[in-house]
Design a protein around this ligand. Structure first.
Ligand code: NAD
Length: 307
């Protein structure tokens, strides 16, 4: 039969692309409930959905920061049935810690971590009764390996990873699958918003040297990484589709193979020195962090290939 998939954060980016990819499945295996916080922003999704709109894809309002909104949405579905949950809504945050307020950090966690917790609390009891289901979560490679000036964002994705890793064992007992999708850089609104915020960010809380590292080393580096290694949301959607249709989906799936060796550094050295030294050298001991990153990624990939 058809599986009902609820996707969050579908007004743009990866969420939009995942919803459309599933709705356009040639075998029509899915009924997609594409949700967004602000239903007024449905234009781009409607356009991308084309003929699948109101056929295999319907749009509903859902704010992951509001339990009532989640409940109302799930209650509106026949038998409250959700076969696949795609928890995608998320926000980014970059910059020196000294320039960020605790309130803004809490807000980010409210979306990126508590948003997931609220969704899972709502659908898990039904999935357990049905003895089936798949919880798919948009995490990030930064859920495995932290990155300079992404302290709070990375922490929120670590939280997501710990949550799912713990839950997956219990879920398995009820025949419920769990998958963390871990993209590297993806060119979406996310990236644009983050840079826009960074440009107008008040860096006065940080000392001059830190502000300079952020502006002159991190920002240009990060922009270059996005423009050269960034994937499209459609590519991430294609891989998410594969994960959802897989017979035996993995707990983790990285969408960008270039990053696999980088995250593996961490597991290779329990003391943490290896990745710490590598990131330090890349950032501060090399005149082009970008070239150093590419060099390290390629070297690691060659090594992985030799094994
Ligand atoms: P995006 O900004 O295009 O999409 C995020 C969506 O979440 C937006 O539509 C936004 O409106 C929605 N959203 C935010 N708060 C919400 C709330 N309270 N309720 C409902 N929806 C809400 O960015 P994206 O890149 O498509 O991000 C999607 C997911 O992918 C995020 O979880 C992000 O952390 C993750 N991710 C992105 C990248 C990247 O480089 N873009 C990399 C790795 C992981």
């Amino acid at each position: 039969g058809t599986r009902r998939v609820l996707v969050t954060g579908c007004s743009s980016g990866i969420g939009l692309a995942v919803a459309v990819r599933l709705a356009k499945d040639e075998l029509r295996r899915f009924k997609v409930v594409a949700t967004m916080r602000d239903a007024g922003k449905r234009g781009a999704l409607e356009k991308a959905a084309g003929d699948s709109l109101n056929e295999t894809l319907e749009i509903k309002q859902l704010d992951v920061c509001c339990e009532d909104s989640i409940r109302e949405c799930v209650n509106s579905l026949p038998d409250r049935r959700v076969d696949v949950l795609v928890s995608n809504a998320g926000v980014g945050m970059i910059g020196p810690l000294e320039s960020q307020s605790i309130a803004a950090m809490k807000e980010l966690f409210d979306t990126n971590f508590f948003g997931l917790a609220r969704l899972v609390k709502e659908v898990l009891p039904d999935m357990k009764r049905q003895q089936s289901g798949h919880i798919v979560v948009m995490s990030s490679v930064m859920g495995i390996q932290g990155l300079l000036f992404n302290d709070v964002y990375s922490a929120s994705k670590f939280a997501v990873e710990g949550f799912c890793e713990s839950l997956a064992v219990q879920a398995m007992k009820f025949n419920i699958k769990t998958t963390l999708v871990e993209p590297g850089p993806v060119v979406t609104e996310f990236e644009r918003k983050v840079y826009e915020d960074a440009e107008k960010m008040d860096l006065s809380g940080a000392d001059e040297e830190t502000a300079k590292i952020f502006r002159e080393v991190y920002l240009p580096y990060s922009k270059k990484i996005f423009s050269s290694l960034g994937q499209t949301p459609e590519e991430v959607a294609k891989q998410t589709f594969k994960v959802i249709t897989a017979e035996d989906p993995p707990l983790r799936h990285q969408t960008n193979r270039l990053y696999v060796p980088m995250t593996a550094l961490k597991h290779a050295d329990p003391t943490g020195r290896l990745p710490l030294d590598a990131f330090y050298k890349m950032t501060f001991k090399h005149n082009s962090v970008f070239n150093a990153t590419l060099g390290v990624l390629r070297m690691l990939q060659r090594r992985a290939g030799e094994k």
